[in-house]
Ligand binder design. Structure first.
Ligand SMILES: [Zn+2]
Length: 365
């Protein structure tokens, strides 16, 4: 009995994009899906009811951050992450690997794991595949991620090859250390950078371990967009049809559509919530910086084509005023709008797949 089920509903005849359904112990949702990021067990400024209201069924939380604060033992004592934060939908946790590699400059990678310093206190820490599993088991997320190395872009072929091999050995250790496979599904992460041969090797290694889902890691780390699309083109066909595919850290509107076209089912990114906090909004006409002076007397919504709570009730002039005066309602309204925008975009993408017209949708986007 596995914790995660995937059903492929339909493939778009025009593009090959997949319409599917993922079921976790906390409900089910259609894919392609965008997952809002709640780093510290909160999607910044949003109450769980608001996330539900804007259409989110699954959110992501960060193992590394929760390990440091408040500590996974406290979350476990509260009854797990769902209980702790009052979210009854699905939760995916990352492995902590990405933060160890991106936040910490004092790190040393060994076969056993990674030594590094806490980015807040400077304290020496160590994270291993077994540690990452123990923390995620305590958090109780529905989907856990294997502990991998996420090398920077660009990396040499030789470095990437040894990294891919280590990530495969770590994946095997993760599978062995995972204590609750009936309640939490563990995804493997395909690495290999821009090298087709290494992506093949990585996929082969991980598929032999039979994870309930697979992520594509090591993208959206500074490579040009055409490199990402090319890597997706040769990587998604390596993954099994009957399991979900998750592209980590991708969240610009055009990348979501490009990823779906190339067979990706799940996405996450801090982009919509991060830019919302400095007053930048995603709209059907591109990015809009509502702080700008030209909106001081603009009494129209952020996006004329959006029917979210923010756009139905508030004007650019008002939101600009709130953000300029550091009123917290301002960033709540922009956060709500940006998340709604991406969740709605994915719902439009699913509709286009259902009707075999995602290619046309992309051309008009
Ligand atoms: Zn809106």
């Amino acid at each position: 009995m596995t914790a995660i089920k995937y059903e492929l509903i339909k493939t778009c005849k025009q593009t090959g994009a997949r319409l599917g359904r993922v079921t976790t112990p906390h409900g089910s949702f259609e894919t392609p899906v965008f997952m809002p990021v709640g780093t510290l067990a909160t999607v910044k400024t949003m109450a769980p009811e608001e996330l539900k209201d804007l259409g989110a069924n699954i959110i992501l939380s960060n193992t590394y951050h929760l390990w440091l604060r408040p500590g996974e033992d406290i979350v476990e004592e509260a009854g797990g992450l769902h209980q702790f934060m009052n979210w009854d939908g699905s939760i995916l946790t990352d492995s902590g690997g990405f933060q160890v590699f991106s936040l910490s400059d004092m790190r040393k990678i060994e076969e056993e794991g990674v030594h590094f310093r806490n980015h807040l206190s400077g304290e020496k820490l160590f994270l291993s595949p077994e540690g990452a599993m123990q923390i995620q088991n305590s958090l109780g997320s529905d989907i856990m991620m294997a502990f991998d190395e996420c090398p920077p872009y660009p990396a040499t072929y030789d470095y990437m090859k040894s990294s891919v091999e280590r990530t495969s050995r770590w994946a095997e250790r993760c599978l062995e250390a995972h204590q609750k496979p009936e309640q939490q599904g563990l995804f493997g992460i395909v690495q290999g950078g821009e090298y087709e041969e290494l992506r093949k090797q990585s996929a082969q290694d991980l598929l032999s371990l039979d994870f309930p889902g697979y992520a594509i890691g090591g993208l959206s780390v500074g490579e040009p967009k055409d490199v990402m699309n090319r890597v997706l083109e040769f990587t998604t066909p390596l993954l099994p049809n009957e399991k979900p595919r998750y592209l980590m850290g991708v969240g610009s509107p055009d990348s979501l559509v490009d990823g779906a076209i190339r067979g990706v089912d799940m996405f996450d990114c801090v982009l919509p919530t991060r830019i919302a906090r400095n007053g930048t909004c995603m709209t059907s006409n591109g990015r809009l910086v509502v702080r700008n002076a030209k909106y001081a007397r603009d009494f129209t919504p952020l996006d004329e084509n959006c029917d979210c709570y923010t756009c139905r009730n508030y004007t650019k002039a008002y939101i600009r005023h709130l953000i300029k005066t550091n009123e917290t309602l301002g960033i709540r309204l922009t956060t709500y709008h940006n998340l709604y925008f991406l969740v709605k975009l994915m719902s439009d993408v699913r509709e286009a797949i259902r009707e075999d017209r995602l290619g046309d949708f992309r051309d008009h986007f």
